[in-house]
Design a binder for this molecule. Structure first.
Ligand code: ADP
Ligand code: MG
Length: 621
């Protein structure tokens, strides 16, 4: 899909960036001493807000401890420079280390807790911090610490708030650039995937607890930077700067600016600092006003100011009536066949041994055993509620079996976590689609294509070219995969805006992006029309021929009969039959438990699956 004037858009962007840079550069010349002080404060809040945006907007982790990070940064500088005689910059480095350590500490509850509880816990930690600085003697109690020495830089007089502005501007610009770099590459994509759907993210290999922790560490890093800048600018720290009231102002900045956009966070921070200064004579009313604006924003513009251009564009496009909407789902391009050696291996790929799964009183699986050989397409059928999805959840690590074992590719995986199973080679789709809805289709695939482990994020700190190199390679692979699955026209679309059949296909493409050895498909044909089902059969067969073993839960007996060599039938959580489709449908238990006369009649003639001649359209169920 060619965007007309794409180059024009780029030039326009570069031009406006240059204009903004010029204005920022010249800004101090037009400001008096008081105004530059306010702007200096605004930039500190901007740095703070970027960290907040990374945790809340990008990663979806409620973080009310940001003022505590800010405080740790400022107080460590204050204590080290006044009590211990450290130089400003040495103290600054130690302050950053201390803040990141605090970030790790605050992130510990995040390892176990979901978002709302996390909000309460982080708020509690912030309150604890405030309490401590107000009462401890090392922090100077309510009086705070004054007499922080002037930071110096060779050739630049930082006692001038005009020149300090440029230091802050540089830190803020670098911080924003680094934040955007994170957001748009591997780590940020995972963080955003985690925000949209942590279960689906885990299924494609994201280590959720570590990622949550990373979100807090990023937030703390920016909090610490802001604290250091604050200590250097004001040279005095006291508890009221790090109060809960200021925490909520910060929250307001991020929500009004647009929490998912780091630039939006900066705009919100600078804007609200200026407005706050302007309204300082009416601070009680102003507080109330911010509260009202935040509520209005949450209700009417949840994406904040940063989301406005996108909404306008959407509106205009709708008015134009999708003039350029000629996007279509293209045919699937089959995979090349794999070496026969890989398929011919006859040791089981997956072994489920006497697995039982209880939910309180309910036995969803009762001693289920299942052996899948490499290269199989195994069908799992059974009435609703018979435990099929639960079986998938146990195999893929989402549920832990009450008893019994699961082994995959020679490893015992009974207690393995979903991300670990993804890295071992299990991929799955979900009965109710679970795409990352705020990521584009391309990004959905990129999350799964990226097989690096979370610890590889050290490269963000020490070797950025490594990240960029990997990014290029991933993007090439994504393009190839989009072409293979006929999704190229939708690469930049939001998955939620696409028809159901396309979303199902994206989910399979995403699962295949992780290059699995075993693919679990949970009712992939649900909601598809006849033509789409033909395509699905073709895709599944090609996936198997490429060397990936497939286990498929399906209600459509026609599809099962045409695709699967073996079928396992579940009923009431137990396996009641297993064998070739023809054997299974002839088993009296199966007829009684599940199929009934109508389904049998539907299933008997194996449907056509020649790609070229769809002789008969299949019906769902
Ligand atoms: P199927 O996929 O075959 O339709 P499921 O595996 O989804 O069936 O469900 C099997 C049984 O287990 C159902 O009775 C369902 O209500 C129950 N069940 C599934 N997941 C849970 C859960 N997380 N908590 C409680 N009960 C569950
Ligand atoms: Mg199910």
């Amino acid at each position: 899909m060619k965007l007309p004037g794409f180059r024009g858009v780029r030039t326009f962007r570069a031009g406006s960036l240059a204009a903004v840079a010029l204005v920022l550069w010249l800004l101090p010349y037009g400001l008096d001493g008081y105004a530059i002080h306010v702007v200096d404060i605004a930039l500190i809040y901007a740095v703070l807000a970027i960290g907040m945006g990374l945790a809340m907007g990008v990663s979806g982790q409620i973080n009310l401890a940001q003022v505590a990070f800010f405080g740790v940064g400022a107080y460590v500088v204050a204590i080290l420079t006044t009590d211990s005689g450290y130089g400003f910059w040495a103290a600054a480095v130690l302050a950053l280390l201390a803040t990141v350590a605090t970030g790790l500490l605050v992130g510990v509850p995040a390892l176990r807790m979901q978002s709302h509880y996390l909000g309460i816990v982080t708020l509690g930690l912030a309150l604890g911090f405030i309490n401590w600085i107000t009462n401890a003697s090392i922090t100077g109690g309510a009086d705070g610490i004054s007499g922080i020495p002037q930071p110096t830089l060779p050739g630049i007089d930082l006692s001038s708030e005009y020149l300090y502005y440029y230091l802050e501007l540089a830190v803020c610009a670098l911080g924003l650039a680094f934040g955007l770099f994170v957001v748009r590459t591997s780590l940020g994509r995972r963080l955003r995937a985690m925000r949209d759907d942590p279960l689906a993210a885990a299924a494609v290999g994201a280590e959720i607890p570590l990622l949550r922790m990373t979100a807090f560490v990023l937030a703390s890093l920016y909090g610490g930077l802001a604290g250091v800048l604050y200590a250097g600018l004001i040279r005095y720290v006291a508890p009221e700067t790090f109060s809960i009231g200021n925490m909520f102002i910060l929250l307001a900045m991020v929500i009004i600016g647009g929490r998912r956009s780091l630039a939006g966070c900066v705009v919100g921070a600078v804007g609200l600092t200026l407005i706050r200064e302007w309204l300082s004579d009416f601070s009680t009313y102003a507080q109330l006003g911010y509260g009202v604006v935040v509520v209005l924003m949450v209700v009417f513009a949840p994406t904040g100011l940063a989301g406005v251009p996108g909404r306008v564009r959407e509106f205009v496009n709708r008015r134009r009536g999708h003039a350029e909407n000629r996007a279509e789902l293209r045919p699937f391009q089959p995979y090349g066949e794999s070496e026969p050696a890989r398929v011919a291996d006859d040791r089981p790929l997956l072994e489920v041994r006497r697995v039982t799964k209880d939910f309180r009183g309910l036995r969803a699986l009762a001693e289920v055993s299942l052996t899948v050989l490499p290269g199989e397409i195994r069908g799992i059928v059974g009435p609703n509620g018979s435990g099929k999805t639960t079986l998938f959840n146990v195999i893929s690590g989402f549920y832990r079996a009450t008893s019994g074992q699961v082994a995959f590719a020679g490893h015992t995986t009974t207690t393995a976590r979903p991300y670990a199973l993804s890295h071992l080679g299990i991929a799955r789709t979900f009965q109710n689609l679970r795409l990352f809805n705020l990521l584009t289709v391309r990004e959905n695939l990129l999350v799964a294509l990226d097989r690096t482990r979370t610890h590889a994020i050290w490269r963000y700190a020490l070797w950025q070219p490594g990240v960029i190199g990997q990014e290029r390679q991933l993007r090439d692979e994504a393009t190839e995969l989009l072409d293979r699955f006929g999704l190229a026209d939708f690469a930049e679309a939001a998955p939620g805006s696409l028809p159901y059949g396309i979303q199902r296909r994206i989910e399979i493409a995403r699962a295949m992006a992780s290059r699995p050895r075993l693919l679990l498909l949970d009712e992939p044909a649900a909601g598809l029309n006849g033509e789409e089902m033909q395509q699905l059969a073709r895709i599944v067969r090609s996936i198997r021929d490429s060397g990936t073993t497939v286990v498929l839960i399906e209600h459509n007996m026609g599809l099962v009969m045409s695709l699967c060599e073996r079928v396992t039938v579940l009923s009431g959580g137990a396996v009641i039959a297993e064998g070739s489709p023809a054997e299974v449908v002839a088993t009296p238990e199966v007829i009684e438990a599940y199929l009934g006369d109508s389904a049998l009649a539907d299933a008997s003639p194996a449907p056509p699956t020649e790609d070229t001649a769809p002789a008969r359209k299949e019906t769902t169920r």
